[in-house]
Every structure is written in structure tokens, then in C-alpha cells.
Design a protein around this ligand. Structure first.
Ligand SMILES: CC(C)(COP(=O)(O)OP(=O)(O)OC[C@H]1O[C@@H](n2cnc3c(N)ncnc32)[C@H](O)[C@@H]1OP(=O)(O)O)[C@@H](O)C(=O)NCCC(=O)NCCS
Length: 130
């Protein structure tokens, strides 16, 4: 097992809120999956969770870190939570394909948010020696 990439991102929650207010459902649907929107909307402060997911998506792209990321759509990097609340990455479309091409076995993320900022990091893991 080998760590082959890492990425981090910090997001101002107010910027996500402003973009959502300005572009409305169009912005939200372009960036977030129905599962992500449902999760955030079920919380008292949805934008904290949306901003954290935005940061996590960026962190995953940074962990990949080459021009292949331009093939990826935001909704193809979905952030879900396991039964303990721990965030997990669910890739689809080109993001899933790139993961397979690069022989990535796992992408591990962690997120945190306050009233002002959300932060996330991603670690990309490969099985085997090369
Ligand atoms: C899970 C926990 C660490 C989250 O920390 P927090 O300071 O409340 O919240 P933060 O804003 O920093 O982070 C929230 C994010 O943590 C992540 N998270 C939640 N549960 C998690 C878990 N079991 N493992 C990893 N990450 C988790 C989620 O991504 C969450 O954001 P989301 O709801 O938008 O997905 C905390 O609630 C907790 O349960 N701590 C355990 C306390 C404890 O047992 N202490 C005694 C031993 S030290």
C-alpha cells in the first residue's frame, strides 16, 4: 500500500451561500448530487455541509493532481457518510474511470466545518509497490 496523492481545500461558507442564492438550483445541481443535497438539507445549517463537500471535491481533484481532472464533473465526486457519520468518496463517470486507469484502490477524506469555514483533505492510496 502506498500513498500516491494528497489534497487539501478550504472554503468560505458565505461564498457557497452567495453562489447558491445567485444561481439557485442550477448551481446546486451542477455541483452536488441529490444524496449530498438531501444530507445537507437535513441539517440545521445546510451550507456548512455543502461547503465541506465542495472542499472535499476540490481536495480529491488536488490529490489526483494532473490534467485528467479536467474530465471530471463535480457531481462525479460524491461525498457520502457511512453509518458512523464518517465521510466516504463515491466516484462515478470519468472520475471512476480515472481512478481505475491510475490503479487507485482508495481515496480517504476528512472534513471539518465551523460557522465561517469548511476544510477537507483527501489521501489517495494505491495497492502494490508501483
Ligand atoms: C465525529 C466527530 C469527531 C466530529 O467532530 P466535530 O468537531 O463535532 O465536527 P466537525 O465540524 O469538525 O466535523 C464534522 C464532520 O466530521 C465528519 N465525521 C462525522 N463523524 C465522523 C466519524 N465517525 N469519523 C470521521 N469523520 C466523521 C463528517 O464529515 C462531518 O461533517 P458532515 O456531517 O458534513 O459530513 C465528533 O462529533 C465525535 O463524535 N467525537 C468523538 C468524541 C469522543 O468520543 N471523544 C472521546 C475520545 S477523544
Amino acid at each position: 500500500m502506498q500513498i500516491v496523492g494528497t489534497g487539501v481545500d478550504i472554503v468560505e461558507i458565505s461564498r457557497i451561500k452567495q453562489a447558491a442564492k445567485k444561481w439557485s438550483a442550477r448551481f446546486l445541481k451542477r455541483i452536488f448530487t441529490p444524496n449530498e443535497l438531501a444530507y445537507a438539507n437535513g441539517k440545521p445549517l445546510p451550507y456548512q455541509h455543502l461547503a465541506a463537500r465542495f472542499a472535499a471535491k476540490e481536495a480529491v481533484l488536488k490529490a489526483i493532481g494532473d490534467s485528467t481532472i479536467h474530465r471530471i464533473e463535480w457531481v462525479h465526486v460524491e461525498i457520502l457518510n457511512d453509518e458512523h457519520g464518517k465521510p466516504v468518496v463515491n466516484l462515478s463517470g470519468q472520475a471512476k474511470k480515472i481512478k481505475q486507469e491510475k490503479n487507485i484502490s482508495d481515496i480517504i477524506i476528512s472534513m471539518s466545518h465551523t460557522r465561517t469555514y469548511a476544510v477537507a483533505n483527501a489521501i489517495m492510496i494505491k495497492n502494490g509497490k508501483s
